[in-house]
Write a protein that binds this ligand. Structure first.
Ligand SMILES: Cc1cc2nc3c(=O)[nH]c(=O)nc-3n(C[C@H](O)[C@H](O)[C@H](O)COP(=O)(O)O)c2cc1C
Length: 185
């Protein structure tokens, strides 16, 4: 079972990237493999004129990473009550052409953290909507870490027991979803 993590933040010390790393540790405890996609910054702005053949190389890398994964876990911050542009842009690239998109039928889950009170709930909701539009199978997973600078340790582990449990539950939902697929092969 391979899970790809995609953080919506490019920031070196991103709370969302750290939260993904903490999620990755749990995936590995469940016997899965976890990697974080590190090429988001290289993805150019979406331009339909450039969306020919396999598309630009950074986009090929993204699509291949999604295609190789059995599931994708997104962790998104919230920028002005919505999804950061770089993440929306990457999803737009990955969604085309619709019939061949690696997101189609892919189990995906969304979690998030912000330094505001509400833990990027609006950005998460919008990202779920966008992913649903791509044909991804959006799992019902909930984790919104507010005041992330206080609620996560340096390695991204939630300090609040309820949030730590929600992270474990989120990963459990994702990995449980994959068990039947694993058993079918
Ligand atoms: C352009 C911008 C807009 C932001 N808008 C929001 C917002 O609407 N809601 C919120 O909770 N935090 C907002 N923030 C604060 C982010 O939650 C904070 O920068 C957070 O640490 C970003 O996630 P990261 O640590 O993963 O980079 C905003 C930050 C930036 C840079």
């Amino acid at each position: 079972m391979r899970v790809l993590g995609i953080s919506g933040s490019l920031r070196r010390d991103s709370h969302n990237t750290k939260l993904l790393r903490a999620a990755g540790e749990i995936v590995e405890q469940h016997g899965g493999q976890f990697e974080i996609f590190d090429g988001l910054k290289a993805i150019p702005p979406y331009d339909e004129d450039d969306d020919i053949g396999y598309g630009p190389q950074p986009v090929v890398r993204l699509k291949q990473a999604i295609a190789r994964a059995d599931a994708v876990l997104f962790a998104t911050p919230e920028y002005n009550s919505s999804v950061p542009g770089v993440l929306k842009n990457a999803v737009d690239w990955a969604s085309r052409p619709a019939a061949a998109s690696p997101l189609r039928n892919k189990p995906v889950a969304v979690i998030g953290a912000s330094t505001g009170m509400f833990g990027a709930v609006w950005a998460q909701a919008e990202l779920r909507k966008v992913l649903g539009a791509t044909g991804a199978r959006v799992l019902e997973v909930e984790l919104a870490v507010g005041h992330a600078h206080e609620h996560l340790d340096d390695a991204g582990h939630p300090l609040d027991p309820a949030e730590a449990e929600a992270l474990r539950d989120s990963v459990a939902t994702l990995t449980a979803e994959l068990q039947p697929l694993d058993m079918a092969v």
